[in-house]
Design a protein around this ligand. Structure first.
Ligand code: FES
Ligand code: FES
Length: 168
């Protein structure tokens, strides 16, 4: 069954007709040719497809496009608004990617993760702390970014890149 939907992606509105089984990731990549979100596992395991939906990080391979009619979607490309987002600049400064396949998802996820901390979301690393006391140290970053995998093992640079962005 086909349905017409509207998606607002990185500030641009798109109308498209999708089969109701189409994932948001496939709608973005295959229909709209927006290839910033990557298809790694297609099973919710790697985080390469992470986008912001209404400001929160979502695995677009697990979301059905029809369930997000009218949604505001932001990809790693859309984070750059005239100039690079501070998180993007920190990834470059720390050389925090090798093949770069996971990088768009890592950056989108890190931006949302920072907001989650600011909003007081807990983690298993510091369960006894008041939300306002949480410091984004390496352990917190590793735990809160554990849904994003890097096949090249660039974590050694990803963690300090996110840490620097958090301190800014
Ligand atoms: Fe979505 Fe791997 S492609 S989590
Ligand atoms: Fe290669 Fe992350 S930089 S998978």
């Amino acid at each position: 069954m086909d349905v017409e939907i509207t998606l607002r992606v990185d500030g641009r509105e798109h109308r498209l007709v999708v089969d109701t089984r189409t994932t948001l990731l496939d709608a973005l990549r295959e229909r709209l040719e927006i290839t910033s979100p990557k298809k790694g596992c297609d099973h919710g395991q790697c985080g390469a497809c992470t986008v912001l939906l209404a400001g929160q990080r979502v695995l677009s391979c697990l979301a059905l496009a029809v369930a997000h009619q009218g949604a505001e979607v932001v990809t790693a490309d859309g984070l750059a608004d005239g100039e690079l987002h501070p998180m993007q600049r920190c990834f470059i400064a720390h050389d925090a990617f090798q093949c770069g396949y996971c990088t768009p998802g890592q950056i989108v996820s890190a931006v949302a993760m920072q907001r989650e901390v600011e909003d007081g979301w807990p983690s298993v690393v510091s369960p006894d702390l008041d939300a306002s006391e949480v410091v984004l140290d390496d352990d917190e970053i590793r735990e809160r970014m554990s849904g994003n995998l890097c096949r090249c093992g660039a974590y050694a640079n990803i963690v300090p890149a996110i840490g620097e962005a958090a301190r800014k």
